[in-house]
Design a protein around this ligand. Structure first.
Ligand SMILES: [Fe+2]
Length: 485
């Protein structure tokens, strides 16, 4: 019997679900929204419409919801809407939770067994604008197309049949100059398979290539990186198997006994051209970006030494280690000219832990200088209990090692940073940063906006919502100019 909302330990405070679709016209603004900021901040969120069947389930199994903050002329309108996945609609019809552990169909209620195959997704992880479509993404299924204005659900999207894998990553990479998408699905030959199918899609949405590779073992492949000439695919100890799924466990478990790997595939190569590099235990859940010169690849990522997710337990029963979960910025160097199958790892910005690493996406797949990340400034005052300590937005200069930071205030818990360029051809990372925040004094949400010209001055504007908005996993700023092309 599922716990009620009030009984459930994971549905309290900042994580209390908002079970409604909302529309707020002309939100209250404190300060001044920059006149040049014109576009929409789309957010992919995970909200439990019905409480999870199992109290220890992963929050990643919660229902998908998309919110849109539309900004123009110094004003902001807010819209949110649950994604009407087959899963969400089935739950509504039954008026209860029919689905079990995160990505384990064997734990669904009997009437849902085998019903949707790979389409029992929650579609809750990312939302992107690509080839004139708004796509909600989760790595266990195909993209879900949404109406960009009303946020109504249109249905699963497979690029006109050109995309063959049953799964599609939440972190496709779009080359900032050519508009080409490099994307993939893992567990591409069925549940618990180690197959990764990699695709290129042109800027118009036409699939132009497919390469099928096998990972050294089945692991979470949540994110990849691209450089000018290569695709980097991290594989690490977040593992699964049909055996553990049949035993009724949550999809992932952490295995300290397996090595980590980074696969390197030439962007224009065949599947057989992949080289696997090896290294010690780590979890590279998110990358910033990568670049290469003369066959030497540098890859910047937010990485932990061990399991970053307490809700995916150790497969050998070891207790969760918070120190090993601390996620920091690191640079990896891989020399394609060498026969060495290892990499070099260098710590960067170690006093600014954060997991949601971004760049100015106009520079994806090319030389870049800046990383952007919401992070925990551990030296700032912080009040209250049980509150998320992500209190700052940072622009990280990989060339000089300097960081410019905006402290949002001790009462705010920030979600992922989004970046809005000042103009289509503005200098790299010049523009505005923003993040949705929970104001812990009011327990309502605010959009915090800063100007990269002076981050230290603090937010230039805060957009106040009359409730606590749903919990974001990832989001993206879509400039008005990109909607018109
Ligand atoms: Fe992610």
């Amino acid at each position: 019997m599922a716990l009620s909302y009030a009984e459930h330990p994971a549905l309290q405070g900042d994580f209390e679900p908002s079970r409604f679709n909302a529309s707020v016209f002309d939100c209250e603004v404190v300060g001044e929204i920059p006149a040049g900021l014109d576009g929409t901040f789309y957010r992919a969120c995970a909200e439990w419409f019905y409480p999870p069947k199992f109290p220890d389930d992963s929050p990643f199994a919660a229902d998908g919801m998309v919110t849109a903050l539309r900004i123009a002329d110094g004003c902001c309108d807010f819209t949110s809407r649950f994604i009407e996945t087959p899963r969400y609609l089935a739950n509504r019809e039954a008026r209860r939770q029919l689905f079990g552990y995160y990505r384990n169909p064997f734990t669904h209620e009997p009437e849902m067994q085998g019903k949707f195959n790979n389409l029992d997704t929650a579609s809750n992880t990312n939302v992107i604008w690509f080839a004139g479509r708004l796509l909600a993404l989760k790595e266990d299924a195909l993209p879900m197309e949404m109406d960009p204005d009303t946020l109504e659900t249109k249905g699963f999207f497979d690029f006109g049949g050109g995309y063959k894998a049953p799964t599609f990553t939440a972190h496709p990479k779009v080359d900032g100059r050519t508009g080409e998408m490099i994307t993939y699905g893992y567990e591409a030959e069925g549940l618990a398979s180690n197959a990764i199918w990699i695709y290129t899609v042109d800027a118009d949405g036409t699939v132009t290539s497919e390469r099928r590779i096998a990972a050294p073992y089945l692991s979470m492949v949540h994110d990849i990186a691209i450089s000018q000439n290569y695709i980097m695919i991290p594989v690490y100890g977040m593992v699964s198997s049909m055996e553990r799924l049949r035993e009724g466990k949550v999809h992932w478990g952490w295995d300290t006994t397996v090595p980590s790997h980074i696969g390197v595939l030439p962007r224009n190569g065949d599947a057989s051209d992949i080289r696997w590099f090896d290294g010690p235990q780590m979890a590279m859940v998110h990358t910033f970006a990568a670049t290469d010169r003369d066959g030497v690849i540098t890859l910047d990522a937010a990485v932990s030494d061990g399991n970053p997710f307490p809700f995916f337990p150790d497969v050998h029963g070891k207790p969760f280690d918070p120190a090993a979960a601390r996620t920091t910025v690191r640079r990896y160097t891989i020399d394609m000219n060498s026969r060495d199958a290892g990499w070099r790892e260098e710590p960067r910005f170690q006093d600014k832990p954060g997991a949601l690493s971004r760049i100015d996406d106009r520079f994806m797949g090319h030389d870049f200088r800046y990383g952007l990340m919401s992070f925990s400034d551990e030296f700032q005052a912080f009040t209250g209990t049980g509150r998320r300590p992500t209190n700052s937005l940072g622009r990280f200069d990989f060339a000089t090692g300097e960081v410019e930071t905006m402290f949002a205030g001790p009462e705010f818990g920030l979600q992922e940073i989004a970046f809005a360029p000042r103009s289509p051809d503005a200098a790299e990372a010049d523009g505005w940063v923003m993040a949705l925040a929970t104001n812990y004094e009011t327990m309502k949400s605010e959009l915090v906006i800063g100007d990269t010209a002076d981050l230290a001055a603090g937010p230039v504007a805060r957009v106040r919502l009359p409730f606590k908005a749903p919990q974001q996993i990832h989001g993206n700023w879509v400039p008005a100019w990109s909607r018109n092309t």
